[in-house]
Design a protein around this ligand. Structure first.
Ligand code: NZQ
Ligand code: ZN
Length: 388
């Protein structure tokens, strides 16, 4: 087992009605709030009114609305301006992972010196960040329990992961009932995202039995519960288990003591959503079985077979057959919950494949010797072609 350091300083408050605790959570942190949100789902659900009522007496609220999925750098710049002009003391993110990611970038760039894009791309240091509290309304990214945010800059086709220890939320209020309104396509995309976060960690070269078992069970829990919520969108326990699963999946805990994997599928997907603005979880679902098939070789076959045996109960005569079936089972699972499984289904053809593969090869470090299955530019191009 490898050495590690681990700390998650985020307080998680989870369950029905926890939003009522917002004033007592915020009060010791600050009273001048920047409330960030997306395109209107929180207004439809009534959460916007609830939050405004809770903050009416003791807090001064400035708003930043319209944060888009795959949050854009322009929203970050607008948020920095609002924070500086209004002497904001704390950012309250209300919405999905995109709203929270944008808020993290605003928080880090407002209190650090330097050009915001340099800070986001870690060319300039993040020396401090405004505190962040969130009410997260999508079970997907795990941004509520990690120190990362992903920001898109369409003008340059960049989608960049901004990670820094200052970016952990101070507190995440998670009420799974707010996910009852998440549409089917986003519900399944969120599950595919969490499942992929687990797989990105699972496929590493120094695994341990403890984390393997936890991760295999976590994937089985996602599969079981996504089927339930597709039938019963308001099944609280299933929504809650999916949410907890998502919160844990991107936080690093499953990788304790293991080798880094390089997160190749995310490196590949981020180009797809940067170039074509597609939903992150959908891009991942399309890439996952193709990546598995591409890396299937003597070194990886045992591990892919273990995934097949312990997650899907596949037990063929050889590891190779079991691994092959595990890959097909992964594809079938996504297809069965209604995820479009070809790039063409989401409006992507072969025209920019080489350009994207080149961009990834330069920027994502997927060919480093220490990653689980190093990928060259040609490998990435082949994975894209197989995904068409
Ligand atoms: O904008 P609004 O109107 O709020 O609608 C959103 C959006 O259209 C809607 N939605 C959110 N909560 C809802 C709801 N609709 C109804 N009821 C609710 N309760 O869902 C749509 C998608 O929201 P978004 O925030 O974009 O989804 P998600 O949480 O999946 O976030 C995706 C972003 O996170 C990044 C992705 O790349 C993508 O940019 N990631 C962030 C990570 C992190 N911070 O650690 C890791 C991930 O791997 C990922 O890369
Ligand atoms: Zn992801």
């Amino acid at each position: 087992m490898q050495n590690f350091e681990y700390c998650t300083p985020t307080k998680m408050i989870f369950g029905k009605g926890v939003v009522e605790k917002l004033p007592e959570v915020l009060a010791p942190i600050g009273t001048k709030i920047l409330m960030t949100y997306g395109g209107g789902s929180i207004k439809k659900s009534g959460l916007y009114d609830t939050v405004k009522k809770l903050l009416a007496d003791k807090f001064e609220v400035t708003e930043l609305s319209g944060i888009e999925p795959n949050p854009k750098y322009s929203s970050v710049l607008e948020g920095i301006r609002l924070c500086r002009e209004n002497n904001i003391e704390v950012i309250l993110a209300v919405g999905g992972g995109s709203v929270l990611d944008c808020s993290k970038a605003i928080a880090g760039c407002t209190l650090s010196e330097g050009d915001p894009w340099d800070i986001i791309t870690s060319k300039a240091p993040t020396t401090n960040a405004l505190p962040i509290v969130d009410i997260i309304t999508m079970a997907a990214t795990g941004s509520e329990y990690d120190f990362g945010g992903v920001i898109s800059r369409p003008e340059t086709n960049d989608k960049v992961g901004y990670m820094n220890e200052h970016l952990f939320p101070k507190c995440s209020l998670i009420d799974p009932t707010y996910t009852f309104t998440v549409p089917r396509n986003q519900t399944v995309a969120g599950v595919a995202d969490a499942m992929n976060h687990i797989l990105e960690t699972y496929f590493n070269s120094d695994p341990n039995f403890l984390m393997d078992g936890i991760m295999e069970t976590a994937i089985k829990s996602l599969i079981k519960n996504v089927r339930i919520v597709l039938e019963e969108p308001e099944n609280y326990d299933a929504r809650a288990e999916i949410f907890l699963n998502c919160s844990l999946a991107c936080n690093g805990i499953y990788g304790l003591g293991e080798a880094p994997s390089g997160w190749p599928m995310h490196g590949i997907e981020h180009a797809l959503s940067a170039y074509y603005d597609i939903t992150h979880g959908v891009g991942l679902a399309i890439i996952t079985p193709r990546w598995l098939r591409h890396i299937l070789n003597e070194k990886t076959v045992g591990r892919i077979a273990q995934y097949g045996r312990n997650v899907f109960g596949i037990n063929e005569k050889s590891d190779t057959e079991t691994a092959e079936k595990a890959i097909s089972a992964t594809y079938d699972l996504y297809e069965s919950i209604g995820i479009p499984m070809h790039l063409r289904d989401v409006g992507i053809d072969e025209i920019r494949i080489s350009e994207m593969a080149h961009h990834i090869a330069i920027n994502e470090g997927l060919n480093q010797p220490d990653v689980y299955a190093p990928l060259t530019e040609k490998d990435i191009e082949e994975i894209f072609t197989a995904s068409l």
